[in-house]
Design a protein. Sequence first.
Length: 539
Amino acid sequence: MQGLMMDRALTIHSILDYAERNHGQREIVSVTADNPCHRYTYSDAFARTKQLANALSSLGARMGDRIGTLAWNDHRHFEIYYASSCNGMVCHTINPRLFEQQLIYIINHAEDKVLFTDPAFIPLLEQLATKLDELPILVVLSDKANMPKSGSLKLICYETLLEGESPQIDWPDFGEDTAAALCYTSGTTGNPKGVLFSHRSTLLHAYAVALPDVFNLSTRDSVLPVVPMFHACAWGIPYAAPLVGAKLVFPGPKMADGATLHNLMESEQVTLALGVPTVWLALLDYLRINDLKLTTLNRTVVGGAACPSSIMDEFRETFGVTTHHAWGMTELSPLGTLNSPNSEWSELNTEQRAQQRLKQGRGICGINLKIVDENNNELPWDGVAFGALKVRGPWVCSDYFKLESESSAHHADGWFDTGDVASIDEQGFLKIVDRSKDLIKSGGEWISSVELENIAMTHPGVQEAAVIGIADEKWTERPLLVVVPKNGADVDTSDLLMHFDGKIAKWSIPEKALLVAELPHTATGKISKMQLRQQVKSG
Ligand code: ADP
C-alpha cells in the first residue's frame, strides 16, 4: 500500500524559499577582494541570486550546464551556488590550489560553460587558457571599480552582469534527482574524480548535518565556515545555515589569517566554526602569541584529517570551546560521522573521555557503516577489530562523473569502499585507524600512522607531525616520524622518540625522527604523505 502524502520534490529551492520568508533579515557577512566587510541579508542575497540566475540564462547557459567557480568563501560564491542549482545547472566548485595539470583536466572534463573567478586567479587563468579545450565565459567576482585587466582574456564584471537583470524568476521544474553540484576529489592517485551531488542528496545532507548531535545548528547561531566552499561544499554549511536561518560569516581570501579569523569571530559573535586541523593550529598559535580570548565561540568542528588532542585540549582549557571531531569525504557530501557525547560518557573518567573524544564519532542517521576483513566478512563493533570501512546512504555517491574506467570503490553489493581502515566500538563510535595506503606493516603487524602522530602532537614542542613507513630489510617497513617544531621550541629527535615510551607498544615506536621546517600539504590543507614519501626518498 502506498502512503498518501504529497509528492513534492526534495530540491534546494525549498531552502531558498524558507530562508527568504522566515529569516530574510538574518545577515551574511563576507570579506572579499573589493570589500573587507560586506554585509547584507538573506533577502538581499536571494534577490541577487535570482538576478544572477536570469543573467546565466542570458549568457546562454542551459539546464545541465556546468557553472564553474574558482572562488573563496564569500557572498557572491553563495549566490552562484543557488543561482546555478536552482536554475537546473550544476555548480562546479574548483579548488584553486590544485596543480596546473589537475586544473586543466578538471575544467576540460567538466566542460564548464561559464567560469566565475576571484580577481586573484586571473594570472592563473591566463596561463591555463591556451591549454583548455574550450575557454568558458569568464566572469570576475568584483565590482566595476576593482576589475582586473587582462591582455589575453575577455572578462565580464560580476556586478555589471547583475545590473538590469530582474529579481523575479520562475524556476524551471525538475525532479529531485537532478544534478545540483559537482566537486572533484583531489585524486592522490590518477586523475581527480568528479562527485556529482543531486538536489535530493544535498537537501537530505543539509537536514542531517543540522541535527543536534551533528552541527546542532539553529537560527541563534553565527557560523564561520573556514573549510572552503570548493572543498565538498564547505561541509554543507551554505545549505544548512539558511535551512535553519543561522547567520553566515565568510572569511573570503583570508582563510589562513589568524587576525582576520579572530576579528570575525569576535565582531560577528561567531558561535560555530568549522575547518581542517591545519587551520586551527594556525589560529591557536595566533591567539597564544597575542594573548587573545574567544568570547562567543562555543564549538568547533574539526575534520578532513585526524584532529590531534592538543587542538581539542587547548580549545577547551584555554578558550572554553568544545571541539567535535568529524569524519567524511567528498563522496559522502561530505559528512559521515560526528563525535558528540552520549549519556554513557558521564560514567567515564577524564582519560577515558579524552580517548572517546578523539574518535571520529557516530554515524549520522541515513549513513550505514560497516567494517570488513579482507574476505569482505563483516567485523564486530567491539572497538578492537579493525578493517576496511564501507558506507552506503542517500548522500553517498553511487558512481563518479563521466569516469572512463569502472570505479573500483563502488561494489555490486551497494556499498562504497572508503579506502579508510577503522574500528567501531559497542556504542557506534568510529575510530579511523589509517588510510589503507598509509598503514605501516612491520614484522607482520599493523602500525597506525595516525596513532603515532596523535602521540607526537602531545609533545609540547611539536607544531605538526607526520609518520610514514620506510622500507626496512628486517621488518619490511618501519615508521619514520617527521616533525615541524613549534616556533622557538628547542626540540631534539631523541627527546621526541622518548616521548612515545609507555604510551604505545614498544615495537611500534619509531626509532628515527626528522626535524623539518615545513611539511607538504595537499590542496585541501592536509599533510600530503605521498609528497612526503617522495621527499624522504630523494633525501
Ligand atoms: P581529498 O582530501 O582527497 O580531497 P576528501 O576531503 O574527501 O578528499 O578526503 C577524505 C579522506 O580524508 C577520508 O577518506 C579520510 O581518509 C580522511 N579524513 C577525513 N576526516 C578525517 C578524520 N576526522 N580523521 C581522519 N581522517 C579523516
